[in-house]
Design a binder for this molecule. Structure first.
Ligand code: F0G
Length: 454
């Protein structure tokens, strides 16, 4: 049996609480059956996300103590900028308070009404910012990316022919930029290959298009390239990172994921682009030497970025996720395969195949798993989509419950507990019914909408 091995030891812990099932039922009702609205005091395993909740290292904590507090010109900022230049080899950096803040600025500067952004797959906040600026998202993930059960090692690849077709259809001058998302979030944390990125670069060169990388989930993607891509086996993580960066014009990231810290930012090559975007940083984020991040966050990020270059650090997430996916498969519980990054993704379309998509099967399953085990997952399906302008639902390609594994947070016995609860719930799945909105916000409704049993 292959069991993941923790390459770290626990030195600080937080006491957990497992409320009785009666309280869990009450709590999820109070939360409008939306796991985002649960209180932590009612949650045993918080598998909602890996955003801003990965465990920091002792080195990161230590660096936070020497942070240089100042509004402008802080030495902490200089260290962060130098680390990013060292890792990505790009001259210009703009800091931001988190990933979606970068998307806001990218959207405002590069997207105009009617312009098109081809991407391997959208992320919720990315699409919201592009459409808010009048742009259109074209999703060009390879066909394998949408197969729930697969052995394809790089389901996050963009289909090169689809990209060429989209450029042909709209014309290159309509394309705002091409976006590749590392560790493609909404289809199960699936990576793209270095070879695919190089192919996309070639197409961008042919049409003089900007290639933008969303590197929020870069760590997982790097691990998979090193372990699954034959031509990269002999390369170090640092070398692979530089090869990826060399293919891109701009790299932005959520540092709540990348670097196990908080904040975000954008690295780029072009001084012209940097100047066009720079003015929006003091307007929305903060002065150019912090961009909404605290100096402590920036110190932690600088160390976290360096630690991301260590395979023994970044393999922890994928190994734990791989273990959990294997255990679930042994019990015939439908999951996305191959195991990706970020977390374990339950296929709700199959788990609760008696619930129609209009009744949010993944939302219903997330709610039920909380009742069954005090485990908080996240709906990643139709609920996470936005309605069409005419009010009709967009049914998601996949109905998933994402059980994130924040890095270095859970022990193997806790993962086994989650598997046990899922096994029980799968055996009793007919108990689960669909949901209907009682309160539906217009934008990013999944965050704070409320629902009730149908
Ligand atoms: N891009 C990707 C691929 C992401 O996964 C996220 C956030 C963002 C951009 C936005 O970054 O949260 O710092 O503003 N993903 C989180 C999640 C929210 O739970 O998957 P942010």
């Amino acid at each position: 049996e292959s069991v993941p091995l923790e390459m770290h030891k626990v030195r600080i812990v937080q006491k957990l609480n497992l409320p009785p099932v009666e309280r869990r039922l009450e709590a999820i009702t109070e939360a409008g059956n939306n796991t985002f609205l649960l209180r932590n005091a009612d949650v045993f395993m918080d598998m909602l996300t890996d955003s801003g909740v990965n465990a920091m290292s002792d080195q990161q904590q230590a660096a936070m103590m020497i942070a240089d507090d100042s509004y402008a010109g802080s030495a902490t900022y200089t260290r962060l900028e130098a680390k990013l230049q060292d890792i990505f080899g790009m001259d210009y950096f703009l800091p931001a308070h988190q990933g979606r803040a970068c998307e806001n600025i990218l959207g405002q500067v590069l997207v105009t009404p009617g312009s098109v952004v081809p991407m391997n797959y959208h992320f919720t906040t990315t699409k919201a910012h592009i459409t808010l600026n009048g742009g259109i998202v074209e999703e060009l993930v390879s066909d394998a990316g949408l197969e729930v059960v697969s052995v394809h090692p790089f389901k996050g690849n963009m289909d090169v022919a689809k990209l060429q077709a989209v450029i042909g259809k709209h014309g290159a001058d309509k394309i705002a930029f091409v976006r590749m998302e590392a560790g493609t979030n909404l289809i199960g944390g699936q990576p793209f290959s270095l070879e695919n990125l190089a192919d996309i670069r070639k197409v961008c060169d042919q049409h003089r298009l900007l290639l933008v990388l969303d590197a929020s989930l870069l760590a997982d993607n790097l691990h998979f390239i090193k372990n699954r891509e034959e031509s990269c086996k002999a390369l170090s993580i640092r070398e692979i990172t530089r090869k990826m960066a060399d293919l891109c014009d701009l790299i932005y990231f959520s540092a709540r994921k990348l670097g196990c810290a908080r904040g975000g930012g954008m690295c780029m090559r072009s001084e012209e682009l940097y100047r066009r975007m720079r003015g929006l940083i003091p307007l929305y984020e903060g002065f150019l030497t912090y961009g909404g991040m605290s100096v402590r966050e920036m110190e932690a990020l600088t160390v976290g970025l360096e630690e991301t270059m260590d395979e023994e650090v970044i393999n922890q997430g994928p190994q734990f996720i791989g273990y959990m996916v294997d255990e679930l498969q042994k019990r015939d519980i439908p999951v996305i395969t191959p195991a990706g990054g970020l977390g374990c993704h339950i296929n709700a379309m199959k788990f609760v195949d008696h619930i129609p998509q209009a009744q949010y099967p993944a939302g219903a399953l997330a709610s039920a798993l909380y009742i069954a085990g005090g485990i908080r997952g996240m709906e990643r399906g139709t609920l996470s989509e936005q309605r069409e302008p005419d009010g009709s639902e967009i049914f998601a390609n996949m109905e998933l419950v994402r059980l994130a594994l924040p890095r270095r947070v859970f022990t193997l016995s806790q993962v086994k507990y989650a598997v046990d609860r899922l096994e029980w719930l799968y055996a009793n799945r007919r108990l689960i019914g669909g949901l209907v909105f009682t309160e539906e916000p217009e934008i990013l409704r999944f965050f704070y909408g409320r629902l009730a049993p149908v």
